[in-house]
Design a protein around this ligand. Sequence first.
Ligand SMILES: [Ca+2]
Length: 366
Amino acid sequence: MSHLLTYAVLLAAVQDGQAVPPTTTDQLPEVRPMAGPITLWRLATGKVELLTGAVRAFPNDRLGTRAGAPGRLTVESEVIVTLRDVKAASDEGLSVDRKENKLLIKLYRGSALVETVERDVVVQSAYGRVAGHSAGFFVEVKGNAMRVFSIDGKLTFSNDLGSVELSDGETSTILGKKPPSRPTVAGPPPAWMKDVEAQTNLIANPGFEEGETGWRSLVQHDGKPIIAIDDSLARGGKSSMRIDFPSVELAPKSGKQTPLDQFKYGLLKPGARYLLRLWVRTQDYACNDAAASVRISVSYNLSDAGFGWHGAAPPAQAKWRCARFIVKADSADFRLGICYAQETGVRRGTVWIDDVALIALPAGGE
Ligand SMILES: [Ca+2]
């Protein structure tokens, strides 16, 4: 460890006001830029640098982006943080730290969109803290207030005076030294999030706003497809994809049980990990009269009609729910299928899909 780094660690320990064991650099969270400009202010140098590759961030370093330009980064190669109006400077910006397996993010000022899959994340400001495990949420620290907005997932938002639970689409604010406000239904997410998302999303026509372009169906009933663009119901934009199950036993053959799929040769980097996220909604979706789950399948071998990976979307009766997974590419080819399960049976009801995303997660430890 260089003298400069040692100095920074000691200073961090002193500034935290408590005796902490010396940190080695490999215990520090790794930060990687993904999209847009990401800047880093180092306490050790007092200078701001533009991030072009992976760095280990000290708790007293500050991450940010350029004014007016959203930037996206990963922490530990799995938690995605998108910043806006966050300036990398002393007493500003965003800092990251790790306590055991928990990721601690401090947001001094500005906006951050945080997405985590099965990883404990806490975002803290001078006003309060929000904790999530599998969630997408928006945090804004502005003036003397901290506002949190759950895009999806359960969050605990608290300070010394109180605590509230937030779930999909709910928001709460801590104003100065008051407890968190009663959760209310939030408006739509800030528009700028879409632009950053579009830069990193590998799915073609991910929100079905261009009709069926990029998608296909392997299932027909009475010579007609069972999918259709729905312009009356959407999680994002104006349209979604609707799958109508016709209350009959559909093709039981493995690999053909795919009402909706998208594939692309050479899309992926073999060995790399990807965040797969989509929104699902169902209405009375059942197999043999028992509530069924929507199966999400991925194949990396397009010459094989089957799928190698399967996940299940959470129950989404009459409401949009987010399904989020981390998948690891076995090869460069990619096929995503919205499927029904291996069990044969009479399927009825309706499934809607919208806002599909596949986002490359930077490799760790390189
Ligand atoms: Ca849409």
